[in-house]
Design a protein around this ligand. Sequence first.
Ligand SMILES: [Zn+2]
Length: 390
Amino acid sequence: MLITDFPHEVLMYLFRFLSGPQLAPLRLVNKKMLDVVSQDAVWMDKCNREYNVKSLTNWGFNSYYELYTQVLHKFGFLIGIWRAVMSPYGSLIKFEPKDGKVLGLELSAPCPPNINSPLRRKLLFSIEVEDSEVKTLCHMGPNNIPHQCNIFAVEGDKSLVKFECCVEAAHRNPGGMRREFEQFLMDESSEITEIIFTGKIELLQKFWVLKRFESGFDMVRIHIPTASPLTILDAGMYKGDYNMFGYELVLVSFSEDGDTILASKVTGDPHVSGGEKAFEIHLTAPILLREDQQTTMSVVQQHEWTVVQSYEEFPEQAFIIPQDCLYEGPNMPTTCSARFHGKFQVLSLSQNTADLFDCHLIVFNRKLFTILTFETKQLYCFHRVEETSL
Ligand SMILES: [Zn+2]
């Protein structure tokens, strides 16, 4: 019996297990296959399963076949999370199907000092149908007037894409560069007066660097690990307080053997760029410190090899910020659930280049930890991004 002899319903069922590109050539086999593959229910299933698109509403097509072949087959691979490469800064970009479009949103850490606020969302791209034509639009610029751009994969595995704006003039503010910088400051800070006095130089530098990427940048696909109840803290995206550089996004995952926490920067700063290693923590080297072993940074270091066997059996332990630690953030809890040795990438004080230096990772709960660095005597706090959409 040939596959073409199977009844209609059986073929429909079997075709659920083929992807759209595998399915399309079957239309050429014979009239029966053409009939089955032309059933829109087959393509509705593909749109739903492969791209989570469940409705034709607002897409501007009469069939799921058109939606699949004209939009999702070409651009559906974008759906997911990407890191925009704007060295040294970078940003997090999420493509999602919504209201008859594929939208590309930039998700940024909140402005200091509101670390618990949700990520800021800004529309950068849309892929939509207008007059039966599929358009790729850039929404950057002072008036958010959509204009044409190109977004395309540069590798066969579709893990690297390029964005190119076709109308860069649309990004110019009619009020000139000064107005553009003012708008940038307002976007980057919730306390404009504070930023003017404390961080203007860093933001001015960032403004100029980011301007270079208005005409285009690359995006690298990111896979966000899911949290497991078996680990000491939840893997996933974290908002890290990088002091003078504001809040940055860091992706935290575990090594395959579960012995190491690995973190890479999604956004970066002039010291450590986006995409680089943020830190690595060795869970096989847990530490138990009493309060009197944490009075100063050097006292902590003297006792830092007070390693115990297994952190799972740890009691809550004392946590205090050493007197000479440079920390001006909100109060931290006075106990922690675990403490480990590791390496944190930070600017070397002597060599003016970033490197991995000794640190402690202090876990307060599954979604909050801090890192104490001995090279810079600083405390960096990390809060998990709680948006379920990531
Ligand atoms: Zn543009």
